[in-house]
Design a protein around this ligand. Structure first.
Ligand code: PLP
Length: 359
């Protein structure tokens, strides 16, 4: 069985050793020493001034929307995981979908201004599959219309933009450390901002709004994470270079095998150093995509229709028309990519795909 992904797990003895210390201290959560250590190491590794480790990537998005006091309409992409859009609605705002650029799958900045109304307060864009949005164009539009920018950078651990961590961009960036991500803490996420006042506010919001034991600064939520989760993150960080290197090697091997076919790969942002978080491919038609899925599954290989469906087609989120996103969603597949996937596995997957599309 070859699944679409498998979590990276450090040697169990390493985890047991860190957890034995937790047992000694009996300090399980509420900003413990491992959470602090993880935040410190992440800041150093990513060379960023501020971050907060939180419960997951969805809470990170909700905290970001809340901290910026957003109301009304938030412009967003229909080609993302559901959490991008559901967080907007959960925070009492309305998502306004703007179509994507079919070459890189990110929100198309040329279409944003036409969707701005007096109710628009922000742009929430996803760096899809770890590939940077057109950050400069989005920044120019936001400045012109006085809008806040949040980047959902859930896929972006290890991605840099113009030589800096991509988490540095936007008023707030968020990420996910879910087990399916290339760097994970089982469940987890983070918020990033350059603005120290905003960071302070986010810190209050993460901890029920507490300002000391008796006073409250904000109406907060429980957005904290635990020592057990932080331990997994601290260990996984030691393997990051190897994880990134393996995924790059696997991805380049996929490209080598598939590049002479009709399959489309996303165009990478020229200012991005890519992290190879996913291996998305786009087929010629939905029928061809479904046939590839069928043939892969018959050989015990599980690709994933990611992202599918295009969020603008979901009744719950308010239907609208985004033809490019709908088309890409109907034809995209993420192929298996994980630390222990071998190049022989990649050869096998590619052989099945090529046989199907050439028949
Ligand atoms: C683009 C995107 N945003 C948000 C999330 C939510 O992250 P989490 O699962 O950590 O809540 C995900 C998770 O897969 C994601 O892919």
């Amino acid at each position: 069985m070859i699944p679409v992904t498998k979590p990276f797990l450090p040697p169990i003895e390493e985890y047991q050793s860190l957890i034995a210390d937790v047992w000694q201290r009996q300090w399980l959560t509420n900003n413990g020493p491992l959470v602090n250590e993880l935040e410190l190491q992440l800041k150093t590794k990513l060379d960023i001034p501020h971050l907060l480790y939180v419960t997951n990537g969805t809470i990170a998005l909700q905290l970001a929307i809340k901290a910026l006091n957003l109301r009304g309409e938030i412009i967003t992409t229909p080609f993302s995981y559901v959490a991008t859009c559901s967080s907007i609605i959960w925070e009492g705002c309305t998502p306004i979908f703007v179509d994507i650029d079919s070459k890189n799958f990110n929100i198309n900045p040329d279409l944003i201004e036409a969707s701005i109304t007096p109710k628009t307060t922000a742009i929430l864009a996803t760096h899809v599959f770890g590939n940077a949005c057109d950050i400069e164009a989005i920044g120019r539009i936001a400045d012109k219309h006085n809008l806040k920018v949040i980047y959902d950078a859930a896929h972006c651990f290890g991605t840099t933009y113009k030589g800096q961590s991509i988490f540095k961009f936007g008023d707030i960036s968020t990420t996910s450390f879910h087990a399916t991500k290339l760097f994970h803490t089982v469940e987890g996420g983070a918020v990033f901002t350059k603005d120290s006042d905003l960071l302070k506010k986010l810190a209050f919001l993460r901890n029920f709004g507490h300002h000391g034991p008796k006073e409250f600064e904000e109406v907060g939520i429980n957005g904290k994470n635990s020592e057990l989760h932080a331990a997994m993150g601290l260990l996984n960080l030691n393997y990051l270079d190897d994880i990134l290197q393996k995924r790059k090697q696997q991805s380049l091997h996929y490209i080598e095998k598939l590049r002479h076919s009709v399959i489309q790969f996303p165009t990478l942002n020229k200012d991005t150093k890519y992290n190879y978080a996913y291996f998305p491919v786009v087929f010629q038609s939905e029928a061809q995509t479904l046939k590839v899925i069928q043939d892969l599954e018959a050989n015990r290989i599980s690709p994933r229709r990611y992202f599918y469906p295009s969020l603008n087609t979901v009744e719950l989120f308010g239907r609208s028309s985004c033809p490019e996103s709908e088309l890409i969603a109907s034809k995209v597949l993420c192929l298996p990519l994980y630390h222990t996937l071998t190049l022989t596995d990649v050869d096998y997957i590619c052989r099945i795909i090529l046989r199907t599309i050439n028949n």
